[in-house]
Ligand binder design. Structure first.
Ligand SMILES: [Zn+2]
Length: 583
C-alpha cells in the first residue's frame, strides 16, 4: 500500500526560510498525494516478476566525477559501497572500473540521464538540456529550470511524468519489457521511468528538491555582495535528507515479502550534485564528505535489506553518474544570468531581437523572436523567421526555421563582436569561448552539426577549428556536439549555441556560466565535467570477464548512450544461478 501524505510545498519553503508557515503565501500550493506511484497495473494472474534472467541494481549518482569516486573506493573510504560491489577489502575481484566513459553534451543532468536511459543521443531523443525550446509547439521544456526559478516542473517529473512526456523514444525499461513482459522494474526517484512498474519517492525528497530552488533564491539575493552571509550557508542536512529518504523508501518497499524483489531496481542519489552546486568548501571536498558520511551509510542499509532478501548473490550492480563538477565564482560578474544590464538577455535585446520572457509558460499572444535557454557552461539561442511575425510585436511562426543570413547570422555576429570588444554589453566581453551555429533546417528534418562562428558571416567546422585552436581540456568535443546537434531533434540545441569560458580555464576567476550565482557548475566539454564513472560488478563473475564484456560494448565510442546497451546486454542472459533466489 502506498502511504499517503498531503503537504503544501509553499508551506515548507517558507518554514525553511524561517518566515513561518502562512496559508496566505502567494506561491502556488502544490499538493503531493502519494509517495509512490504504480505505473503499470499487472494482470492478477500474471507472474509478479521474470526471475529467469540476471537481476540488476542500477545505481545512478548525480554529479560525481570518475576520478573522485574511484579514488575514494580505492582508498577504502566507501566501505558499504565496496561491500555492495563484492569488493573484499579493496581488491574488487568481481568489479570492473571502466576508465573511459564520457557524459553526453551538454554534460548536465537531464540530457545525460535521458541519453543513458534511452540509448540514443540528444539529437534523437530530444532532451537537449535542463531547459530547451520546442519550436514546433512554441513552448519551453524545462525539467530542471535554470534561467528562472520554478519548482513546478521538478515536482511534475514525479507526479505527472513531465520528463517521460518530453522523451520521444522508448526507454531501456520499455525495451526490456518488450523482451520480457513480466519483468518487474522499480525506479526510485530517477526522472525517467516510462516502462517501470513502480516509481518510488518520498514526499520529503521531492519537496526538498523543490526547496533547493528556494535555497538558490537566497544565494541569488545576496550575490551582489559577492559573498554569502554566514547565516545563508547552505545546510547539508537538507540535501542528506533527500538521499536518506529515497533509500528508506526503497528499503520499506523491499520489506513486503509478498512482493518479489524487482528484477531491475534503479536507485538515484541526487544530494551529491545539489550540495556540490552551493557548498562553500568547493565541490570536491563537499562531495567526498557527502559520499562518505551520507551516501555510503545509506547504501549500506539498502545492501543489508537486499542481502536479507537473498537478492544480491547474483545480481549485477551497475553504477554510473551523469556529469562532473567545476568550481566557479559565486558572483554576478561570473554568472551570466538572464535579466539585468550585464546579462546575455540585454545583449540579445540590444542586437535587435525580442526575447521570450524567462518562464516555463508565457501568454499565447506574447510575441518574441528569440529564446534563450541556460545550462551552466552552455546556453542555446533559438530564433524565429522574423518575416512570419506580422509586425514588430507580432507572434512568430516557430514551426518555420529562421533564415540563416537574415535572422541567425546578425545575432551570431553581434555576440561574436561583443565578446571581442564589448561594445553592446561591456561586462560580457571575453566571457564566451565558442559561438556555434549552422544553417537551420525545418524542425522535422535532420539538423546539421554545429560549426564555429569566426566573424563576418563565416564559420569553420568544429574539428578544423579545434585543430587550429587547441583546447587541451576539451575531450571528444566534436563527436559529442554532433550527438547533440545533428539528428532529427538537433534543432533543440538552438540556432546558436554558446560555450562559455569555463572548462577551458584553469582557475575559477576566469570561468563563466549561464545560471544564477553558484559555487560550482558543469555542462562543458571538459574532462572535469565529462569523465564519469562506470562500475559493473557481479559476485558470480571475475573482473576480467566483466571487463571484456564491457569493453566490447563500449567499443571505440564510450558515450553515455551505451548504458542502455549495457543494461540490455546484462539483462539479456539467463541468470548464472537461481539457487540463491529467495522469492
Ligand atoms: Zn547539477
Amino acid at each position: 500500500m502506498a502511504r499517503r501524505g498531503f503537504v503544501s510545498l509553499a508551506c515548507l519553503t517558507l518554514t525553511a526560510h524561517s518566515v513561518g508557515c502562512m496559508t496566505t503565501a502567494k506561491t502556488a500550493q502544490l499538493v503531493l498525494t502519494d509517495t509512490e506511484r504504480t505505473i503499470r497495473e499487472r494482470d492478477k494472474n500474471a507472474p509478479k516478476s521474470s526471475p529467469n534472467n540476471a537481476p540488476i541494481l542500477f545505481l545512478a549518482f548525480d554529479g560525481v566525477n570518475r576520478d573522485l569516486l574511484y579514488d575514494m573506493l580505492e582508498k577504502g573510504e566507501l566501505p558499504k559501497l565496496t561491500d555492495l560491489l563484492s569488493g573484499e577489502g579493496k581488491n574488487f575481484p568481481h568489479a570492473y572500473f571502466d576508465p573511459t566513459l564520457l557524459s553526453t553534451m551538454p554534460s548536465s543532468t537531464m540530457a545525460a540521464w535521458t541519453t543513458a536511459m534511452t540509448g540514443v543521443p540528444p539529437a534523437v531523443h530530444g532532451v537537449s538540456g535542463n531547459e530547451f525550446f520546442i519550436r514546433e509547439e512554441s513552448r519551453l521544456g524545462a525539467p530542471a529550470p535554470v534561467s528562472f526559478s520554478d519548482s513546478k516542473p521538478t515536482i511534475e517529473i514525479y507526479t505527472d511524468g513531465y520528463l517521460n512526456n518530453l522523451v520521444k523514444v522508448p526507454t531501456v525499461y520499455e525495451r526490456m519489457r518488450q523482451r520480457e513482459p513480466n519483468i518487474a522494474i522499480w525506479v526510485a526517484l530517477h526522472q525517467i521511468y516510462s516502462g517501470a512498474d513502480r516509481l518510488l519517492f518520498a514526499t520529503n525528497t521531492v519537496m526538498a528538491r523543490a526547496l533547493e530552488e528556494g535555497l538558490i533564491k537566497i544565494t541569488k539575493k545576496t550575490a551582489k555582495t559577492a559573498t554569502l552571509q554566514d547565516d545563508d550557508k547552505p545546510d547539508r542536512a537538507m540535501f542528506a535528507m533527500l538521499d536518506d529518504d529515497v533509500i528508506d523508501k526503497v528499503v520499506d518497499a523491499l520489506d513486503d515479502e509478498d512482493d518479489p524483489v524487482p528484477d531491475v531496481l534503479t536507485v538515484y542519489l541526487t544530494g551529491t550534485d545539489l550540495y556540490a552546486h552551493v557548498a562553500e568548501e568547493g565541490p570536491d571536498e563537499a562531495r567526498r564528505a557527502y559520499l562518505h558520511e551520507v551516501a555510503d551509510p545509506a547504501l549500506g542499509r539498502l545492501a543489508a535489506k537486499l542481502r536479507e532478501r537473498g537478492a544480491l548473490s547474483d545480481r549485477w550492480v551497475v553504477l554510473t553518474s551523469d556529469h562532473g563538477h567545476t568550481p566557479v565564482r559565486h558572483d554576478e560578474s561570473h554568472a551570466l544570468y538572464t535579466e539585468g544590464p550585464d546579462s546575455p538577455a540585454r545583449l540579445i535585446d540590444k542586437a535587435g531581437y525580442r526575447l521570450r520572457p524567462f518562464a516555463e509558460k508565457v501568454d499565447k499572444d506574447k510575441g518574441f523572436d528569440a529564446v534563450l535557454a541556460e545550462g551552466g557552461a552552455t546556453s542555446f539561442v533559438y530564433l524565429a523567421d522574423r518575416t512570419t511575425c506580422g509586425g514588430p510585436k507580432g507572434v512568430c511562426d516557430w514551426k518555420k526555421p529562421p533564415r540563416y543570413r537574415e535572422d541567425v547570422l546578425p545575432l551570431a555576429e553581434a555576440i561574436f563582436q561583443n565578446n571581442r570588444e564589448g561594445k553592446l554589453v561591456p561586462a560580457l566581453k571575453g566571457t564566451i569561448d565558442l559561438v556555434l551555429t549552422r544553417e537551420p533546417k525545418p524542425y522535422a528534418e535532420d539538423d546539421l552539426p554545429f560549426e564555429v562562428y569566426v566573424g563576418d558571416g563565416r564559420t569553420v567546422p568544429l574539428g578544423a577549428y579545434l585543430e587550429q585552436h587547441p583546447h587541451p581540456t576539451y575531450i571528444e568535443a566534436e563527436g559529442r556536439l554532433r550527438d547533440l546537434a545533428a539528428g532529427p531533434r538537433g534543432e533543440r540545441a538552438g540556432d546558436i549555441m554558446l560555450i562559455a569560458h569555463n572548462g577551458d580555464r584553469d582557475i575559477p576567476d576566469e570561468r563563466y556560466y549561464f545560471a544564477s550565482p553558484y559555487r560550482s557548475w558543469h555542462g562543458s566539454p571538459s574532462r572535469q565535467d565529462s569523465e564519469i564513472p562506470l562500475i559493473v560488478a557481479n559476485p558470480r563473475y571475475m573482473k576480467e570477464q566483466i571487463r571484456d564484456r564491457v569493453k566490447l560494448l563500449l567499443a571505440d565510442a564510450p558515450r553515455q548512450q551505451k548504458i542502455t546497451d549495457l543494461l540490455l546486454d546484462l539483462r539479456g542472459e539467463p541468470r548464472k544461478t537461481t539457487s540463491a533466489h529467495a522469492d
